[in-house]
Design a protein around this ligand. Sequence first.
Ligand code: HEC
Length: 105
Amino acid sequence: MTRLLQILTIFTVIIALASPVVAASSRKGKKVFKKSCKTCHTRKGEGGKLSPLQKTQAQWRIYFKKNQHKEKPEVWEGMSKKDQKNLLKFFLDFALDSDQPETCG
Ligand code: HEC
C-alpha cells in the first residue's frame, strides 16, 4: 500500500511539473513574435505592419495551418514546435474576436 502511495505521489509531482511546459503561453508567444516576426513586420518593413487584431481567431487558425507564411516559408526555420504553439496562442489570445484584443506595438 505505501508503495502504491509512493508511486502515486511521484506521478502527481511529474504531472504538476510537466503541465506548465505543455500549456502554450501567449506571453512567450509575444516574445517569439518580437524576435522572429518583427524583423520584417514593422510599418515600414518588408512585411508591413502585423498585429493579431488583423484577423479573427478562426482566420488565424487557418492561416497557421494552411498558408503557413507562403510568402516566406523560411520564417519557420529554426523555430521549435513549442515556439510555434506559443506564437499561435498569442495571436489567438489577442485576435479581433478575442476577449482581450490588443494592439501590439
Ligand atoms: C523575412 C521577412 C519576414 C519575416 C521574418 C516574417 N514575415 Fe510575415 N510577411 C513577409 C512578407 C514580405 C509578407 C507579404 C506582405 C504582403 O503581401 O504585403 C508577409 C505576410 C505575412 C502575413 C499576411 C498578412 C495578411 O494581411 O494576410 C502574415 C499573417 C504574416 N506575414 C505573419 C508573420 C509571422 C507570424 C511571422 C513570424 C513568425 C512573420 N510573418 C515573419 C515577410 C516576413
